[in-house]
Design a binder for this molecule. Sequence first.
Ligand SMILES: [Zn+2]
Length: 465
Amino acid sequence: MRTADGDARTAPADLILRGGVVHTLEPDSRRATAVALRDGTVARVGDDPEVLALAGPATEVVDLAGRAVLPGINDAHLHATWLGAMWPDTLFGDHAVPGAPRERPLLDDAQRRRAILRAGELAASLGITSYTEPGLGPGEDHGPTGAFGTSVAEQYRALAAEGKLRARVTVLWLYGELDGPSDLEHFLTGLAATDGATSDPRWLRFAGVKIFADGIPPMRSAYTHHCYADGVRPSLLVAGADDAEREANLTRMIVAAHRAGRQVGVHATGDRSIDVALDAVERARAEHDADLGHYIIHGDLVTGPQLRRMAALGVGLDTQPEIAVRTRSLVDDALGPGSAAAAWPLQAAFDAGVSMCLTSDAPVLSPDWRRQIAAADEWMGAAADPRARMERLLRCYTVEPARQDAAASWKGTLAPGMAADLCVLAADPLSLSPAELPDVEVELTVVDGEVVHEHGVRVPQAESV
Ligand SMILES: [Zn+2]
């Protein structure tokens, strides 16, 4: 019963989803068919009778008719503003309109704002309720796309203050150029000058910094311990007179950011750049032992020993399996036959206990997370049973990115008190193989208790007759 001052546990829900399969992704979750949401959080998860006990006169009750509920999808690496400008084009081009220009630069703040809003609608349609915008800042204030400068961060701040974001956003600052050079001086100046304040950190949070350590294997710009097949010797993107100085400067950047309490996401694809980044994190943690959720972005050529070190240091991995699938032959061309088969060792990352996020890197790839899960499964091969594989891969889009966001205490799973961020799929993913997932519709998306996307699931009841 509701007490005089309103008992938080028994007050009526705003929205109840019942008659479905609810995957809470909690560690020891029991079978649930219903979930109740109230005031932007999950009020109860359980079977239909216990959840329907929270139905009041103003509660909307939706019959899921067997559909599946998942925690909201969190894409840990998604260039949303750029995506909003490009969509439906992507860099891998499978939606490309023939003859359409690839780049559509954002010329002013109104266009940047529209691009963010457009990406928000797209995210909502895919069940994405959180994402990380990996790299906005002064290094790109005069960049060719207009999608990565400081003014984009300001648009995010304005939209958050107006309550217009459709997904929760984490931002990493960028003090160099996107996919380009950076130098220690500008990095340290930027780090000192950056203002991280936002109207509500649960909607918009400036978590830390993005550093481009190197490039990518197909371009022969991944910083590796050995030369490429054609003799190219790669170097770091961080400025310095020689390898030793560039490595020292990258180390200084990471240590300085850690000292300032900032999370660091390092774009590192080569084994040598990953070594430098891990050495730096080890040094930073020896000086001040805090787990700030640092992570390696891409990690194409990460090795088994490096993965074990990452697990020990609390360094996560953000990776894009569809890039592995699509660039396999390019990687073999660059690094020699068999190189791709040893790259992106997703199974080894799981075995080592690395906190791994699968991400789209959209608009490099489509932001459709279902395709990344299918690609990850294809890349790893079918060792475990499909249900276990699917559950593990779903965690890479929910639980693990919540950890990366330092938000595991309030989002990423469905349990009382957690954020009311969820999506509803037309079929239960755990009854399917990952290869079948891309064909399963996202039918409802809820962020902070608000329905931001629906497609067929919420049949109007009283009004329709
Ligand atoms: Zn990226």
